[in-house]
Design a protein around this ligand. Structure first.
Ligand code: SF4
Length: 299
């Protein structure tokens, strides 16, 4: 059971966590961008990376979001079924988003379909978007927050192929998304690929793939090899930061998969920009928290 004090503490912590994730890139993302700057040779690419780092440093110094498009908040939750605040988590996340919109501030991006008016607080029908995985018996909760900006959402695409198209169909499909509309999503990109049996399950998996920690691989050796080969291919396109000439279009290629129907091969692609605002917070049953991707930070 929870009491009112715990509910308020959880909401207040999530408001602060939203602020942290809007201002500061996760450690793994920042480290990857620094490595990539070193691998680029051209003065143009080095200048672009330097302007990225300057922008990120200014965001922290001035206490402002690191991109003007603060997106729509998505929460991917691994919820222990015995986590004491489970019943009110969704309500608290909505409240935290409303408060953070005013206090950070976040750009109000949310409107409802059909009435077309901006709600002004980044909540709307099914927004914040919340996806649940239940962990039976656990008293903990992990929340991944992702700010889904327009530039990153626009290139997303899903298609269901016939088995006769083969797994070979996946490759040009991914390349067309990244080298086409992906250019407008402020590369270098995290490329999430979902492989499954239907458009909807592949789409969800592609977003989960984007959220994985950089440096991790698909659990199957052939999946890991496909990730490696697609990354190598994308980084051979001659496209770098901001889609301008360079050596690296992508920070990472991640694949998440499910079983598939014998007669379908579904593939979806989601991309995330260099401002990859994917924050992780973990709570125990007493609301003690850890921030595994923000070393030295506290709320
Ligand atoms: S693509 Fe990313 S960095 Fe570019 S404007 Fe959108 S949120 Fe900002």
């Amino acid at each position: 059971m929870y009491n009112t004090n715990m509910k308020e503490r959880f909401t207040a912590l999530m408001e602060k966590f939203i602020a942290l994730a809007a201002l500061r890139l996760p450690d793994d993302v920042l480290a990857r961008l620094r490595e990539m700057r070193e691998r680029e040779d051209s003065p143009l690419q080095k200048t672009l990376y330097d302007s990225y780092f300057e922008n990120l440093a200014k965001a922290l110094e001035l206490g402002r979001p690191c991109c003007q498009d603060t997106g729509l908040p998505h929460f991917y939750i691994k919820a222990g079924t015995a986590f004491p605040l489970l019943d009110m988590t969704a309500e608290a996340l909505c409240a935290a988003v409303r408060r953070a919109t005013a206090s950070v501030p976040l750009r109000p991006n949310a409107l409802n379909f059909f009435d077309e008016t901006n709600t002004g607080d980044n909540t709307a029908e099914r927004i914040p978007w919340i996806y649940w995985d239940l962990v039976p018996g656990s008293t903990d909760m992990e929340i991944i927050l992702y700010f889904s900006g327009a530039g990153c959402s626009l290139p997303g695409k899903a298609q269901v192929f016939k088995p006769s198209d083969g797994y070979e169909a996946i490759i040009p499909f991914v390349f067309d998304v990244v080298a086409g509309p992906g250019i407008n999503a402020c590369p270098p990109l995290v490329v999430g690929i979902g492989l499954g049996h239907s458009m909807d399950n592949a789409a969800l998996l592609s977003k989960k793939a984007c959220l994985r920690l950089l440096g991790t691989s698909h659990h199957h050796p052939k999946g890991a090899e496909m990730e490696r080969q697609i990354l190598e291919g994308l980084n051979g396109l001659g496209m770098g930061a901001q889609g301008l000439p360079g050596k690296q279009a992508a920070m990472a290629v991640h694949i998440e998969s499910s079983g598939r129907h014998t007669a379908t091969i579904a593939c979806a692609v989601n991309v995330s920009c260099y401002v990859h605002r994917r924050g992780i917070i973990r709570f125990d049953k007493n609301l003690s928290y850890t921030l595994p991707t923000y070393q030295g930070a506290s709320l």
